[in-house]
Design a protein around this ligand. Sequence first.
Ligand SMILES: C[S@@+](CC[C@H](N)C(=O)[O-])C[C@H]1O[C@@H](n2cnc3c(N)ncnc32)[C@H](O)[C@@H]1O
Length: 397
Amino acid sequence: TREQCGWGLPRSPLQYLPLCLDDTAGPDPSTWAPWTHKPACVEADETPWCVFTNAAMPRGNGERRGISIVTTPALAADAFDLTRHPLAAAFDAIPPKKRFDALPYEVRDVPGKGKGAVATRRIEKGRVVLIDHVMVLATTEFPADVMHEEVQELLSRGVEQLNESESVYGLAKKGREEQGLTEVEDVLLTNSFEIAIEDQSYMWIFPDLSRLNHACKTTLAMTVWSSRDIEPGEEITITYSDTDQTYAERQKTFAQVWGFDCTCSLCTAPEQQRNASDKRRLRIHMLRERVLKRAKEGDFKRAIKATEELFQVAEEEGLTPHMGDLYEIPARLYYQVGDLERAREYTKRSLYQVEGLGVPGGKDIERVRVLKGVLSRIENEMENTKGPGEGQGEERG
Ligand SMILES: C[S@@+](CC[C@H](N)C(=O)[O-])C[C@H]1O[C@@H](n2cnc3c(N)ncnc32)[C@H](O)[C@@H]1O
């Protein structure tokens, strides 16, 4: 009916569409919790798709930029339950000595890249550069019976219902209206990170993170921390691509997915240098697979050999910070062959990476707990086996 479905937003760039308000939510705003706006939905075969907004969601530093999520009611109540994943927790998880009181960079024009984040002070390795929270989170895969216009309306409502919709609309755009893209689609496509939730792909908009340009040799998380010292005046960058990708593969991804030509120092390096980098990246890819294969086969000694080469090539390519996930492998392998010293070293590295990137509410808290348990077990064993030649060489089951 018109009462249920006749709502449109006067500020929307589109003509209003008859999105249905979620009739499971009553007229009393207190029944919409944790949402500050009554969910608006489009009907599809299996489930409605709706926009859920909490315009007052605090983010830990006192700001309330809010959050909008375009998803199904089931996922909104479960995977995206704001009461279980408070945005402020990301701030609380970082020890104060790792953060800065004020942002250590400013957003400026950067030649060849639009705007970018440029350091305004020295940022030592291992400091938290920024902690951002997602403001718009929207599925990229709607069922075939949902019309393009309906998708646009869900997305633009999502942005416009936020207190600070300019933080999203003010981000970089490519001006792709002539390609049939609406403003909201252009902004989302230019700035979002694609992350899957329960096998469904989502665009995530982190407005502060969105100002960081791509470079091929740094690291990415919702919490951005410095993987090396950064001097004042240096641009702070993150990687948009898979680090195993070669020059040609990266260019293809950037052109197809993001629509830009990369001008980072590696992509614009002389061909010889680029080829040497490609060779190392292909070797890294091959070695990753070899390590896993050998470990699976129980051939720990050869798995360790491949791991050592992997870390060496990653170091040469400047990709050590990206190897964080992999430190657990040598930790386990060295433990298996009884080299507790090295097992401890790699468990510590792994812990440092996981803690550095920790997003509370996610799996990382669990990984930190497990890794701390593993570390204390290794240290206890080291205590108990003190003495000459202890623990080395004997294999574990
Ligand atoms: C997420 S935004 C990054 C911030 C953006 N430069 C701005 O002005 O807000 C992504 C866009 O920045 C530009 N960009 C990012 N990294 C680049 C790079 N390495 N080379 C050239 N352009 C880049 C591209 O236009 C890309 O579509």
